[in-house]
Design a protein around this ligand. Sequence first.
Ligand code: ZN
Length: 146
Amino acid sequence: MEIVRGSINIRTESQFEVIDITSKVAEWLRSIGAEDGLLVVYAPHTTAAITINEPESGLRQDIVDVIKEYFRPGGSWRHNLIDDNAHAHLAASFMGNSRVIPVAGGSMTLGTWQAIMFVEMDGPRQRRAELLFIGGRKPKVPTQGA
Ligand code: ZN
């Protein structure tokens, strides 16, 4: 069993954004030769979240609308006395900033409609998703002459 760390850089373009990062995560898994194990996708931020759901564009906008309705940007939150992003901290707390995904045969065992999505709530910013794979890897192919 091995432990491999990586990360994905994400440049968000607006205050709210739901970004499908599935293909980037899958590409990283391939690049490290992952086989069977567990993958952790973690956002090291207090105003962004990670969710797994359908990346359909209407639903991604619905997620943003729910965040705005429940966590009221500009609302009379105490944190807004010293900052202007209480809604993002609150929504991130409730949504969570990580997900664990089983990996089998080198692929994430996501359902047909599932995607890993990075949820920006205080952008635009330079963001990051940390990746941690715990499991088995394909044996390295020996390099000729090595
Ligand atoms: Zn803040």
